[in-house]
Design a protein around this ligand. Structure first.
Ligand SMILES: [Zn+2]
Length: 122
């Protein structure tokens, strides 16, 4: 339980998936080449963060479809149904783009950390 809480806090605070203490970001949006503490490689291959688009799509679908179903069930104005996704993306779009990359990095670490221990370190 404490380990999963540590992982969630690591994702929310944009920390390294390996050591949970090094900062993933350099500035606001740039991702560092590697962790400053444990030297975990944040760019294991060219185009690595293209997979974050899939995570971003899933986050967008999760945050958009259920509220729209609720709005439809509540029989709100159709104009509101059309405007809701646009308004939502204005407010949470930046966070979705940001956290989709962090989530993708953590997912990749979870899937491959046992397979190639030590290979991701430079
Ligand atoms: Zn680290």
């Amino acid at each position: 339980m404490a380990k999963s809480k540590l992982k969630i806090m690591s994702i929310l605070r944009a920390r390294c998936p390996a050591c949970h203490s090094g900062h993933v970001l350099k500035g606001v949006f740039l991702i560092r080449p590697s962790c400053l503490r444990c030297h975990y490689n944040f760019y294991p291959e060219p185009g690595f963060y293209l997979g974050a688009m899939v995570v971003g799509f899933l986050l967008t679908a999760i945050l958009t479809v259920p509220p729209m179903i609720v709005l439809k069930v509540l029989n709100v104005d159709p104009i509101l149904l059309v405007l809701f996704p646009f308004a939502e993306f204005i407010f949470v779009g930046t966070f979705i783009i940001f956290y989709s990359r962090i989530l993708w990095l953590h997912l990749e670490y979870q899937m491959t950390s046992r397979l190639n221990e030590g290979e991701n370190k430079k």
